[in-house]
Structures are given as C-alpha cells and as structure tokens.
Design a protein around this ligand. Structure first.
Ligand code: SF4
Length: 429
C-alpha cells in the first residue's frame, strides 16, 4: 500500500511530501526523501522485536517499567528531564507537566545547538519568514556556518536554492547563493560565492557588514584578521542591499563557535537593518525534527525555550545553570529522564558520564548509547511512523505527523501521561 503526503520528522526541514510503501507490516520503499530521511523511515520501520521495557537490563512489561521509573523520579531531589527533540508536541506537553510536579530541571537539545539563537531572539528579536516565502521570493540565499548538503539536503532542493517559485520562476537561475564558513564543505558546490572566514572571526565579519551597509568607510586593516578581504565584504554588502528578498540561514558554525549568542545577535541586527533597504530574513537551521516544537511548547508553558528549572515551584531560566550539560557536569542531577534523545552519544564526556552514575530512565524507540546505560528503558512507538502528533518545522509552521505502521508499544505521550499520574500519586502518598 502506498501512503502519500507523509511527514519526515528526521530534520528541521520536516518535508511533508514523502510517499511510503507499506508491505507486510514494514516500510519497504520511500519516495521523495533524501538519504537521511530514507534511512530514518527504513531504520524505524520495525522495532517490534524489542522488549516493552527493561529494569536493570531485565525485560519487563511497560507497566512495570513505568512503575519503577515513577519511583525513581518521585524519590529524586534534583531530577533532570532532557531530550524531547525527536518527539511531538503533545508528548512534550506531558513532559513539562511532569517536570513541574517533580520540581525538575527540563532541558532540550536546543541548549547544545541553537540555544544562542534563542538568547539572541530574546534580546533583539528575529526578523524571519516562512520557508514558503523563501521558495517563492528569495533571490539571495546566504548559508553562514551551515552545511545543508549534509545536514538538511532538501533545504536546497525544496525550499531555498533550486525550486521554482512564484517570483523565482527559473529556480536556481533566479537566485544567487553564498556560503560563508571556516572551510569548504560539500555545500560549497551549490554556492556561487564561497567566503572562508577564519575560525572565531564570524562576529567581526558580521559587524563589518553592518558598518558597510550603514555607509561607514572601513580600512582594510579593520578586517585583516578575518580571512575575508574588504572587497569581498563590500561585494556581499552590495548584494544584500540590492537583492529583492534575502535570506540568511544561521548554522551551528555561528552558535557553537566563539561569540555564540553575540554572533546570532549580530546576524539578527544586520538583517533588521537590511530591511531598511529591501526585504531580508534570517532563520536558524534547526537540526532535529521537532526541536522547534519543544522550544515553542516550553515557551508557551513556562515563558522560556530551554533550560527551565521548577525547583522553586515556578519556572526559572538561566543557561549555564539550568542547562543539562551544566546540571550533569556539576553532578547536581540525581536522576534523569531522557526522552527521544541519545545524550550519552552526544553530550560532552563529563556530562554524559554522570548519566551512568545516577538512575537514568530512557524513553526510546530503539537501542542507543543511552538505553545501554539506563536503569529503566521504556520502548515507545516511533513518532511519525507509529505515533501521530504535531511537530514544528524550522520556520515555526506546525505540521501533523502521520501514523503509517501499527506498533505494539505505547506512544511517548501515553507513557509520559501514565508516568505523570503515577508520580502525582507517589508524591501525595
Ligand atoms: S531534508 Fe530532512 S525532513 Fe526532508 S527528507 Fe531529508 S531528513 Fe527528512
């Protein structure tokens, strides 16, 4: 059976034009997806062989695993809830309710990817648009510190570089593409212009561009240590001012290098000022399928997009204090609930090592480095394959994940809802 208009929730592009073929209870073919999306659908198509749950490596039922998880979390003095970027908003909502009841810290992968973009947004705002506007209108695309050819392959072909739009009827021929990065990447092949910035000098380049578009005369010396010449920056500033609709795509090369939120603040200020000349927008290249969703759901419910602490009974936000890497590295967290994420494989060693020292509960669809060290593992139905819900594309457009395969396992939302009820009972016992 062929199912059309399926949504891929692997990366922040959240492509909603995928066709999957289901045969004998598994996905046998995937059309329109990139290699990453295809591998995601095929790799998740069956996890039925897994146990419903484990406690200390011993297979147990979902109910037993939930009971043990609830006991661990209810007894903890400073529990951490982390992950949530590869599940859907309805499950994220339950996790936030659980964090509030527990007085826990709740954080998501934003704190280790585009947290600095969120901080910049709070400071100066974010001049943004939808990916539909990019496709239909943008004639200048700048990828800065991003390698979409490898991280978001269909960003190039579906939204920003090659697609034909209402005011870009010739597709690629109607656009100029600039890549700014510290080294040439496979994305450079898709660009007309490549500017190689010295590592850690992005802020200086962005600030020089702001000066140039304000008409300030700069000496060559002012940009001498950036790796980019003044002539190159003047050319880019001219292109930015004279395009019809410009788009600056913010990659992790800006948020996770020296400067962090100052880099993204410089981007948003530059783009804000460019709107005095033309229409221009900026957008973080969000990585995981629903990382934008958890930022939104956390912000609706607590006022803050990541790194939220409920230990005083109300939400507090302080990156560096309440973010997962810091809470774990300082050995403050005494229990952890990891949802749809693999921090043991991805967080720095001092933080990930702490997860094997404390009782860790993992809600996961398949084996990962985190499930290997977790005291309790609860197997859940993969979101977007066997569980439906709402996700947010990187441009904050909500899309509905479809269920294309049955699963013997409950969804993240169902498990979190049961966990919440049980923790409430234990807390009030
Ligand atoms: S670009 Fe991202 S969302 Fe689109 S098919 Fe590839 S992995 Fe899936």
């Amino acid at each position: 059976m062929e199912i059309d208009n399926v949504v891929c929730a692997f990366c922040g592009c959240v492509c909603d034009d995928i066709t999957v073929t289901v045969e004998e209870g598994r996905i046998s073919e995937v059309k329109n997806a990139c290699t990453l999306g295809r591998a995601w659908f095929l790799g998740h198509s069956s996890n039925a062989h897994r146990p419903s749950g484990t406690v200390n490596g011993r297979p147990v039922s979902t109910e037993e695993a939930v009971e043990e998880a609830a006991r661990i979390l209810a007894q903890a003095r400073y529990p951490l809830i982390f992950g949530l970027t590869s599940t859907y908003c309805e499950a994220q909502k339950e996790a936030i309710a659980l964090a509030e009841v527990l007085g826990a810290c709740i954080d998501c992968c934003t704190s280790v990817c585009h947290g600095p973009s969120g901080i910049a947004l709070q400071g100066v705002g974010e001049p943004t648009c939808t990916l539909g506007e990019v496709k239909n209108r943008a004639d200048l695309i700048i990828y800065w510190g991003s390698n979409p050819a490898e991280s978001h392959p269909r960003h190039l072909t579906r939204y920003a570089v090659t697609p034909k739009g209402l005011f870009t009827p010739r597709g690629r021929k109607d656009r100029r593409v600039v890549l700014v990065d510290v080294r040439p990447t496979p994305s450079a092949r898709a660009a007309d212009i490549f500017l190689q910035v010295k590592p850690g000098k992005d802020f200086e380049c962005l600030w020089a561009l702001r000066a140039l578009i304000k008409g300030i005369d700069l000496e060559e010396d002012a940009v001498a240590d950036t790796g980019v010449t003044l002539a190159q920056l003047k050319d880019l500033a001219d292109r930015m001012q004279s395009c019809r609709f410009g788009m600056l795509c913010v990659g992790q090369g800006l948020t996770q290098s020296r400067g962090k939120q100052m880099n993204t603040t410089a981007v948003f200020l530059l783009v804000r000022e460019l709107n005095g000349f033309t229409k221009f927008a900026a957008m973080p290249m969000r990585g995981h399928g629903n990382v934008t969703g958890i930022d939104n759901v956390l912000a609706w419910q607590t006022g803050y997009p990541f790194g939220v602490n409920f230990s005083r009974g109300y939400p507090r936000f302080n990156p560096g204090e309440f973010t997962a890497v810091d809470v774990l590295t300082r050995q403050e967290a005494d229990a952890a609930l990891i949802i749809a994420s693999d921090p043991v494989a991805n967080l720095p060693r001092p933080a990930s090592g702490r997860l094997s020292q404390i009782p860790t509960v993992a809600l996961e669809t398949r084996e990962s480095e985190t499930t290997k060290i977790a005291k309790v593992v609860i197997t859940t139905a993969p979101a977007g394959i066997s569980a439906e819900g709402t996700v947010y594309r990187m441009d904050n457009v909500p899309l509905r994940l479809r269920k294309v395969l049955p699963s013997p396992f409950p969804s993240d939302e169902e498990v979190l809802s049961r966990l919440l009820e049980r923790v409430k009972e234990l807390k009030h016992a």
